[in-house]
Design a binder for this molecule. Structure first.
Ligand code: NAP
Length: 291
């Protein structure tokens, strides 16, 4: 069994990006610039955005954080999106989700210029990804593909089972793994799936993106399977400094001995998600997706 070290892989990719950025700057180009909009004071969102800003520094990017209070109107937020769309110095930007209930995430996502949509959530990027055209691909599934590639894990002709069908993880994951070049045979499961256990037992690769700790148990996994755990649920832990720790969707203790490869939580998929956002920002700065 080999543990897939997402933290180390992400560090490696960040240093590759930083080297490329220094070359760009030496050649007289500007530094890639990522902007983030953060609404309100949700603890999780604060942490995610802070980590993204830190990753920008490590990659040599310029970053801007635009903060707004919880009560910002939808119209005002849409206006901020428009300003970033029009700001020639900003290569890409994200609007950290979730947004307060009175603001339509769909409207905000669709207001982002697809050429700056480095989260890859705009329908134009989702559509392009689906047909295999150049696109900003959402960060978590892209990070998982990069882990599989960097660890040289065979995907061709393999049975991949994805648990979860969200627009940010499960569904794009199913599309990417079925693309030419990756060549998995993909099954996508969700809360209404009958016989999840039997379907998983047939999987060479399992991607669990559920958000319910311990859903994937040892009896669901065949010997030698590759298990990717996307789940990050905060569970109370009085022994942890913050009073909580992150738990994945996979029962790591019992499942890991059966796997050929497995991602830990934390330190697996999480760090790759942020580095994928950095990769997209670099692509945006280089105008590599929309020429
Ligand atoms: P989500 O939108 O809540 O989707 C969860 C999916 O799991 C849904 O499709 C749901 O089915 C399915 N599901 C729920 N219970 C199930 C069960 N018992 N059996 C089979 N399927 C079940 O969540 P998400 O945004 O995709 O995130 C999933 C997890 O990944 C969360 O823990 C999240 O925090 C984590 N995450 C981590 C990263 C990272 O960077 N590490 C990034 C994104 C997300 P229905 O569609 O039928 O409801």
């Amino acid at each position: 069994m080999q543990i897939i070290d997402g933290k180390e892989t992400a560090k490696q990719i960040r240093s590759e990006i930083a080297a490329e950025v220094e070359q760009m700057v030496a050649a007289g180009k500007k530094r890639p610039h990522l902007a983030a909009i953060l609404v309100g004071h949700d603890g999780g969102s604060e942490t995610y955005v802070a980590n993204k800003i830190k990753a920008c520094e490590e990659c040599g990017f310029t970053s801007t954080l635009r903060r707004f209070e919880e009560d910002i109107t939808e119209a005002a937020l849409l206006d901020e999106v428009r300003k970033l769309n029009e700001d020639a110095d900003v290569d890409g930007f994200i609007v950290q989700l979730p947004l307060p209930k009175h603001i339509s995430e769909e409207k905000v996502t669709e207001a982002i210029d697809p050429r700056k949509d480095v989260d890859g959530f705009h329908p134009q990027n989702v559509g392009r990804m689906t047909i295999g055209a150049p696109a900003f691909i959402s960060a978590t599934p892209q990070g998982i593909v990069d882990l599989l590639l960097r660890y040289k894990i065979e995907t061709k002709g393999k049975n991949a089972v994805i648990i979860g069908r969200s627009n940010i993880v499960g569904r794009p994951m199913s599309i990417l793994l079925s693309q030419k070049g990756i060549d998995c045979t993909v099954t996508i499961c969700h809360s209404r799936t009958a016989n999840l256990k039997e379907i998983c037992r047939n999987a060479d690769i399992i991607v669990a993106a559920i958000g319910k700790p311990g859903t994937v148990t040892e009896d669901m996994v065949k010997e030698g399977a590759v298990v990717i755990d996307v789940g990050t649920t905060r569970v109370t832990d009085p022994t942890a400094a913050r009073g909580w720790r992150l738990k994945g969707d996979v029962d790591f203790q019992t499942v890991s001995p059966k796997c050929s490869y497995i991602t830990p939580v934390p330190g697996g998929v999480g760090p790759m998600t942020i580095v994928s956002l950095m990769k997209n920002t670099l692509l945006a700065a280089k105008k590599a997706i929309y020429k």
